[in-house]
Ligand binder design. Structure first.
Ligand code: BES
Ligand code: MN
Ligand code: ZN
Length: 499
């Protein structure tokens, strides 16, 4: 079975609605003029149903009326939009997600009327609703060959948005569609098992970005050896699958202008290596490449709408396995920038991968900033739970911008401290540093190691171990792999880095 992505289209307000009809009401059961007109053949049906159900249009609430008298539709849902003046961008995506969630799986057609009490929604808001519909509609069932008893046969759903201005809405959606696809790509990569998605296969999927005009370069083991990326290679040396680094470039900005750079941890499977993890829940470690998945999804989103920015995406892709050839605790590796790391615990592997990729990107591209994403530490979930990603940064401006983009998109980040007191916790007896910092402040000492590879470049590290997989489901995400970060970073680029 394939992901049953709903087909999205646009029509004028006046077009007769089909299938399942979805309308929005503001608090006080207020409707816009086009909605009232559409409802007029039904008389006071909605008002009576609303009174009976105590539905007033509060945000998050819905009214469900089957076979509404006087209307040609099979079912009517009225979704509460609360006080529309208070709606932020991400709230529109949530409304779209709620709308999609109401459509029964057997329905083939749905119409969403893009109007609030004050009148037609802005095209960007309609597009945001469409984004919510698409993301809510995501399923990962390509490995399911059977249906459960009583489960509907999956049918293709067409969702039509009834809008005031069809070309404007269509254009806004064209701008937003690539973002939806980017999140879907990230989710697919995270959900995919490691026997299918090994480093070479991951690189092949990144190569698909070439179709959008992204330059994609794949570094194989030989190329990485030549560069001296021994920290990354050490992690992958216990695996039958060869490591890769993939560098993606989108040059939509001024020629020669410094790029912005995104770096992702791509551990396709993290057994822990010789410091092997316990069996319980180890299957989740197929998602230890969520940082890299986000970078690929982001590059897709930016290229699809031809973002006016120069962007580098770089991902280190390895498999962390125990084997006769695997690296040992006590081993010392020399990284690409010449610093040495003593391996205390082979399960603290993500920082080793990122150290080399951060240095490579920093020296090769001299970026305006570097943001890395990684499912780096279990400790970040102990600190923050699974609602916020941990943000570590050497730059207040970048931190503030990320924090604000988080509030706009709902992919929230919380800044954590860095400092010399923490940094010295990773000094080693035998090498320049060690790859663990002891029991306390585990997420911080991991970040400190990364910081030793970024020099003076503005940099932020997002620890997404709690948010990228198995995170709380919401209106726009029912998937195990959430695709976390694609929307956040697309927003950051759009708001601050497009000339
Ligand atoms: N990939 C894990 C972190 C992780 C744990 C992500 C759970 C998602 C869910 C990382 O490589 C790891 O194993 N970190 C260790 C570090 C420790 C050995 C210093 C950890 O967090 O326990
Ligand atoms: Mn690990
Ligand atoms: Zn890991």
């Amino acid at each position: 079975m394939a992901d049953a992505a709903p087909k999205l289209g646009f029509a004028a307000f006046s077009a007769p609605p089909k299938g399942v009809l979805i309308l929005f009401a503001e608090e006080g059961l207020k409707f816009g003029p086009a909605t009232r007109k559409l409802l007029s053949p039904a008389g006071d049906l909605v008002q009576r149903a609303a009174a009976a159900e105590r539905f007033t249009g509060k945000i998050g609430s819905t009214l469900d009326i089957a076979a509404p008298t006087g209307l040609s539709v099979s079912r009517l849902f009225v979704i509460g939009a609360g006080k529309a003046g208070k709606l932020k961008t991400q709230d529109f995506a949530k409304l779209g997600g709620s709308a999609k969630g109401k459509v029964p799986s057997s329905a083939t057609e749905a119409t969403i009327l893009a109007e609030l009490a004050s009148g037609a929604m802005k095209p960007e808001h309609t597009a945001e609703i469409a984004l919510g519909v698409r993301l809510r509609g995501y399923t990962f069932d390509r490995y399911k060959t059977k249906r459960k008893e009583g489960e509907d046969k999956p049918v293709a759903l067409s969702v039509t948005f009834a809008v005031a201005n069809v070309p404007a809405a269509q254009k806004a959606w064209t701008q937003r569609q690539g973002l939806a696809e980017g999140v879907v790509i990230a989710r697919d990569l995270v959900n995919e098992p490691a026997n299918v998605l090994y480093p070479e296969e991951f690189a092949r999927r990144a190569l698909e970005l070439k179709k959008l005009g992204v330059e994609v370069e794949v570094l194989d083991v030989k190329a990485m050896k030549k560069l001296g990326m021994n920290a990354l290679l050490g992690v992958g040396q216990g695996s039958e699958r060869e490591s890769r680094t993939v560098i993606m470039r989108w040059n939509g900005g001024k020629k020669g202008a410094a790029p912005v750079a995104f770096i992702g941890k791509g551990v396709v499977f993290d057994t822990g290596g010789i410091s092997i993890k316990p069996a319980a829940g180890m299957e989740d470690m197929k998602g230890d490449m969520a940082g890299a998945a986000c970078v690929v999804g982001l590059m897709h989103a930016l290229a699809a709408r031809k973002a006016r920015a120069n962007v580098v995406g770089a991902i280190g892709i390895v498999e962390n396995m125990p084997d006769g050839k695997a690296q040992r605790p006590g081993d010392i590796v020399t990284t690409m920038n010449g610093q040495t790391i003593e391996i205390i615990n082979t399960d603290a592997e993500g920082r080793l991968v990122l150290a080399d990729v951060l240095h490579l990107v920093n020296t090769r591209y001299k970026p305006e900033f570097m943001i890395n994403l990684a499912t780096l530490t279990g400790a970040i979930m102990v600190a923050l739970g699974v609602e916020y990603a941990g943000l570590f940064s050497n730059n207040d401006k970048l931190s503030e911008r990320l924090t604000k983009a988080g509030q706009t998109t709902g992919e929230r980040v919380w800044r954590m401290p860095l400092g010399p007191e923490y940094d010295k916790m990773i000094d080693s007896k035998f090498a320049d540093m060690k790859n663990t910092g002891g029991r306390y402040g585990g997420s911080i000492t991991a970040a400190q190691l990364l910081q030793r590879f970024v020099d003076k470049t503005p940099w932020a590290h997002l620890d997404i171990a709690g948010t990228a997989m198995n995170s709380p489901q919401n209106e726009i995400n029912k998937s195990w792999g959430s695709g976390w970060g694609v929307r956040l970073l697309e927003q950051l680029v759009a708001e601050h880095y497009e000339k």
